[in-house]
Design a binder for this molecule. Structure first.
Ligand SMILES: NC(=O)C1=CN([C@@H]2O[C@H](COP(=O)(O)OP(=O)(O)OC[C@H]3O[C@@H](n4cnc5c(N)ncnc54)[C@H](OP(=O)(O)O)[C@@H]3O)[C@@H](O)[C@H]2O)C=CC1
Ligand SMILES: O=C(CO)COP(=O)(O)O
Length: 346
């Protein structure tokens, strides 16, 4: 693989939340990077002060990282080196449809839609139940696309602590461009062809993390947490295989790796939702704070998709009961524990 120099590569990150900002900081090591923000004042603050106070308070960003709210400037930035460019979408699933459709229009108007585009969101789209790549394909004709996932808290990435991520794509150019941009002295990029497996693992680990937060909040102990992680992985694998993912993906960074991180790491917002529910907070209070907790948004559609495929998902079902059916967490735990005994491997 040709190693491009910093002056060749151009990375546009769309979305300046915690993960978009962290990836923009990481990509600045190898690549000229521009961070597109929804708000002008946010862009000005990041370019001038090199911090993102709303999403990553007190963490310095690389001085070379520039931000903008100007879409035409962002397009011009890419047009200067379209064959060395990469677009990273840092928005949640709920914003994917609108964001992809809008930027596809802007890019195709300038004959730039061949630039590789990757996304980072983890979940199923609410109501449609679609995975992110299905949403992208339903609103655009980007020829080169992929999903970037794996165990990665934004805060640690901005601090340049070691992290390993997976880029899944059917396109060599997407995998190589992503590796050129993000593989550096603290960030390892692994490549995969399994878009479905990577997206299913990323979506479902959030639901299991909510379950683990609930169990820990109720004081159910380390044994319970280990059981939930392991049986949660069994659920993820069952649904993922039925949807067309590869078995090995679920044992990798975007499956087991991200599940362990999110289920046990207190930086996880999904885990924090579970902890708060166990303490008796209501879901409406928790979501009113505006946090991005993709497991809450995905749980119902995940369960519906599992039912359509006749896949047994008792942990996801228990989380849905607590989130949407007003089950007290202790009742959902009791129902989980008192199911029939069964073989571990089916
Ligand atoms: N944070 C992390 O450590 C990681 C997150 N992820 C995944 O990345 C995705 C993004 O998460 P994260 O950055 O944490 O979320 P945040 O809540 O931190 O940021 C969300 C970003 O998306 C923007 N946004 C929200 N709604 C819309 C919309 N309707 N249209 C356009 N832009 C919108 C927000 O803009 P505004 O500020 O203007 O509202 C903000 O820039 C999620 O799917 C998450 O699971 C993956 C790995 C790690
Ligand atoms: O996806 C993540 C880590 O890989 C972030 O997890 P949360 O969305 O639960 O904070």
């Amino acid at each position: 693989m040709k190693i491009a120099t910093a002056s060749d590569l151009r990375t546009l990150v769309i979305g300046a939340g915690s993960w978009g900002t962290a990836l923009a900081a990481a990509s600045s090591v190898n690549s000229n990077t521009l961070l597109w923000c929804r708000h002008q004042d946010q862009a000005e603050h990041i370019s001038l002060h090199h911090t993102n106070p709303r999403y990553l308070p007190d963490l310095p960003l690389p001085p070379s990282l520039q931000a903008t709210h100007d879409e035409q400037l962002a397009i011009h930035f890419l047009a200067e080196q379209p064959n060395q460019a990469l677009i990273i979408l840092g928005v949640p699933v709920v914003a994917m449809r609108e964001t992809v459709a809008h930027w596809y229009q802007l890019l195709s108007n300038q004959q730039l839609s061949h630039i590789p585009i990757i996304w980072t969101c983890k979940g199923f789209e609410q109501s449609s139940g679609l995975l992110p790549h299905e949403v992208v394909k339903s609103v655009s004709l980007f020829p080169y696309y992929g999903v970037l996932s794996g165990p990665s808290f934004a805060k640690e990435v901005v601090q340049q602590l070691p992290v390993a991520l997976t880029i899944a794509s059917h396109s060599t150019v997407v995998k190589e461009r992503t590796t050129q941009v993000l593989h550096n002295h603290f960030c390892r990029i692994y490549q995969s062809d399994d878009i479905i497996g990577v997206e299913v693992g990323g979506a479902l680990k959030n639901i299991v993390a909510i379950a683990c937060g609930i169990a820990d909040g109720l004081g159910l102990g380390h044994n319970a947490r280990a059981a939930l992680i392991t049986r949660g992985l069994a659920e993820i694998t069952r649904l993922g295989l039925a949807m067309g993912g590869h078995a090995q993906t679920f044992a990798g960074l975007t499956g087991l790796g991200d599940l362990v991180l999110t289920a046990t790491g207190d930086l996880s917002r999904n885990r924090q939702v579970g902890l708060a529910l166990a303490k008796g907070q209501t879901l409406s209070d928790i979501v009113a704070s505006g946090i991005t907790a993709e497991g809450v948004r995905s749980a119902r559609d995940t369960f519906l998709r599992a039912q359509q495929l006749q896949i047994d998902m008792p942990i996801t079902q228990a989380v849905c009961h607590i989130l949407f059916d007003n089950y007290p967490p202790t009742q959902a735990v009791h129902e989980l524990l008192t199911r029939e005994a069964k073989p571990e491997i089916r």
